[in-house]
Design a protein around this ligand. Structure first.
Ligand code: PSU
Ligand code: MN
Length: 315
């Protein structure tokens, strides 16, 4: 494990740095979900709620974001508030980070950018809602989230509720296979579709505990593989969005995006906002419950990984 780096432009908070130096469990959280994924002001409450969920499990939360050209691994409450409320926060994926740091910009970090910064600080586990993936129509548009490429090159374990059906889930799983990203599903082999517990696609491996995931992480390290692991955590079927409502909204959202001519990095926030604003908050509530569940599983993984690493090696 690399030691936490502290420089003028990559700042690891004291809490996070001290946990890392003691080999204590730490879980990273992204911030695009706050700036571009959830409506304000629910977004700020949600960010604090995710941190609290981790802390309740005895894990240090490291929410990652860029503020005034400084990449923060572990942000303070007032910084969160400013990012979410200001409206000036950019959506920063991995390729945007160097420019944002050089120009003193502020923004929410996507899964790709968060994973990169987390790994740089020595964090091994990251909880989010849904990762980006291959968009529908990608054979024409080539629109594939950088989240996939980063998962292939950074040693991080990401817990997500699969990917949203705004994306082409089958193509996303195919790309993850091509990129040699290990995919595990918690509880069954049915890959989840975020608001729905089952996308209808099954993958090769089911896991049933954090310790099992930690064992896969340690084996991956042993092999010197460059990439990470995706752990898909389905929400309970009883909590899922009504499938009929889901399918109708999805079709409407995709039509609306087409009609508005939205493309590039705006497309994901547009689709998410459409769904949230047309379900009178139901989908936001489901969204929050999903991320909390992912935080709990990520905590179990981080705890098991920290225990095994402490017992086994000096690094
Ligand atoms: N998918 C979601 N919720 C999100 C995102 C994706 O269900 O909030 C955000 C994440 O930050 C993710 C990013 O990393 O959007 C992907 O955007 P793009 O497709 O432009 O790479
Ligand atoms: Mn894209």
């Amino acid at each position: 494990m690399s030691s936490p780096r502290i420089s003028e432009q990559l700042l690891v908070s004291d809490r996070v740095a001290s946990a890392l130096s003691q080999g204590a469990p730490v879980v990273a959280l992204e911030s695009t979900i706050i700036t571009h994924g959830l409506p304000y002001p629910e977004s700020v409450a949600a960010a604090l709620d995710f941190e609290q969920t981790l802390q309740d499990q005895g894990v240090v939360a490291a929410t990652i974001a860029v503020i005034d050209g400084v990449a923060h691994v572990g942000v303070e409450r007032d910084q969160l508030e400013r990012l979410a409320a200001g409206g000036e926060a950019l959506k920063l994926s991995a390729r945007d980070l160097p420019v944002a740091l050089a120009r003193g910009a502020s923004g929410g970090t996507t899964v790709a950018a968060t994973a990169l910064l987390a790994a740089r600080a020595g964090i091994r586990v990251f909880a989010t809602g849904g990762i980006g993936g291959v968009h529908r129509g990608a054979s024409e548009s080539f629109d594939e989230s950088a989240d996939l490429g980063i998962l292939a090159s950074v040693p991080i374990t990401i817990v997500s509720a699969g990917v949203k059906s705004i994306l082409d889930i089958r193509a996303t799983l195919e790309r993850l296979e091509s990129l040699s990203v290990t995919v595990l599903v918690f509880g069954s082999r049915q890959f989840p579709a975020f608001w729905l517990a089952d996308s209808g696609i099954s993958v090769d491996y089911a896991v049933s505990s954090g310790a099992e995931v930690a064992a896969v992480m340690r084996a991956a390290d042993l092999l010197g593989r460059p990439g990470g692991i995706l752990v898909a955590n389905p929400l309970p079927r009883s909590a899922q969005l009504d499938p009929e409502l889901h399918d109708r909204l999805l079709a409407e959202a995709l039509d609306a995006a087409g009609a508005a001519g939205v493309s590039g990095k705006e497309i994901t926030p547009f689709l998410l906002d459409y769904v949230h604003s047309h379900t009178a908050g139901t989908s936001v509530d489901v969204n929050l419950e999903i991320v909390r569940g992912n935080c709990r599983l990520a905590a179990a993984i981080a705890i098991a990984h920290a225990a095994a690493s402490g017992a086994g090696t000096q690094d």
